[in-house]
Design a binder for this molecule. Sequence first.
Ligand SMILES: Cc1cc2nc3c(=O)[nH]c(=O)nc-3n(C[C@H](O)[C@H](O)[C@H](O)COP(=O)(O)OP(=O)(O)OC[C@H]3O[C@@H](n4cnc5c(N)ncnc54)[C@H](O)[C@@H]3O)c2cc1C
Length: 463
Amino acid sequence: MLCSHLRPSLPHLLSLRLLGTAASRTVAVKQPELLSATLAFEDSGAFRVKSLGELLRALGVFRLCSFPVLVNNCGKLMSIARTLLGRRGFSLLLRPTVYAQFVAGENESEISQSMEKMSSLGLRPMLAVPIEEDLGESTGEKRYDDNMEAMLECVRMSHSNAWCKDPMMQLKITALLSPELCVKLTTVIAQQPYDLDLLIRAMDGETVTFPGLDEKEAAHFLCGLKRLNRISEVSVNKVRVLVDAEYTYMNPALSLVTMAMMKKFNKDGAWIWNTYQCYLKESRSLLLEALRLSRNQGFCLGVKLVRGAYMDKERKLAEKEGRADPVHKSWNDTNDSYNGSLDVMLEVISQKPDGYRIIVATHNEESVRRAAKRMEELGIDKDGGSVCFGQLLGMCDHVSLTLAKEGYAVYKSVPYGSVDDTLPYLVRRAQENRTVLQGIRKERDLLRQELNRRMRLSLTGGR
Ligand SMILES: Cc1cc2nc3c(=O)[nH]c(=O)nc-3n(C[C@H](O)[C@H](O)[C@H](O)COP(=O)(O)OP(=O)(O)OC[C@H]3O[C@@H](n4cnc5c(N)ncnc54)[C@H](O)[C@@H]3O)c2cc1C
């Protein structure tokens, strides 16, 4: 496991287990009664705020995304198109279409325009610097320092532009610490758990020894921790930093570092959050461990609850290495896992709203309805700060806009940057969210309904 502190202690977990049991009992209720008819998400009126161009663009992009062959090969297709059209031609093709659908813009003035529009619709931006690295893609220390500068700029933009109250941003630890080191750390801490205080001392600039790492690895770890410390120091009391979860072969290291950041910076509020991927069989026990740790060590816990984006790769790797599949067997099992963890979090929030926060990061309408229903039952404020919802920019706007209209706090995950910088991010997003993209038929139907309504209006002259 992660570190000695992250191991669940049985007596302490008992009460949480009971919550878990209660949760799984209620999971059987598949369709929670609607609080408000609008949470059926059937109303195309949500799209009245969109311009004709935006409606047509969304319809076109979603149509393309409905062809699995295109989504599965979009990386290759884009690179062929880029070679054939050249950088400028490719950018001209992508900018008004896929890029405009999923990316906020390239520079601060473009991003500001998108954010102001979003904010006028009651949605809150959660900026995401689109830096992604996996094994074998590692770059030098200088590049990680540059990434840190980009993250600091992201903190500044999120805070200074007053696009919304309570700003949030996403952070990928592998943009600041090499994926290779994260994998090594994961193996090391499974044998000899690290104390969170060791990492905190390193963040404070103390020279510490990291058992199991060689000199070069320890030096890089130290630099990475200092980078993370700098970002946390700048964002605390201003912007909430949500750390992304990645692959199981490095997640324990990412969680270790995130927990250390939480212990150091979440004394008076949840400024650093961790992500829990409910498609993992171990996700419930990881969440319970985090709850226990936050209670024992006296820090606030922020949770981004997702289903998980790397299912295909996790499965392929497990099969290749002859390991058991870490992902739940079926989508239904993942749904039960998600809804159960959601119930656990809402229960603890209702007991101690200042100690815990959650973002229900999903496009799944049933999970969203379930969260809304439980919030009402438990007396949790729609916009009290402890529960909010999250979807990706350009996806499932009918869910986001409806929730915002109903008074819930809704964030859109917003990548930004040049076409070249955001391309790998877009390709991965499209592939990772294949299941959602193929399931956006409903959004397409609602967009079409709105388009038909406008055509009828223009034909009848508004009568
Ligand atoms: C704001 C935000 C932040 C995010 N941050 C992260 C992050 O840090 N890390 C991360 O990994 N993902 C992250 N995601 C992506 C997320 O994990 C999901 O992949 C994506 O949102 C789709 O899940 P859903 O709940 O929206 O939709 P749904 O359509 O309800 O569910 C699709 C998901 O269910 C799971 N699933 C599908 N089929 C099966 C099956 N046969 N067996 C088991 N499980 C199955 C997969 O996880 C799939 O992605 C984030 C999403 C949002 C909106």
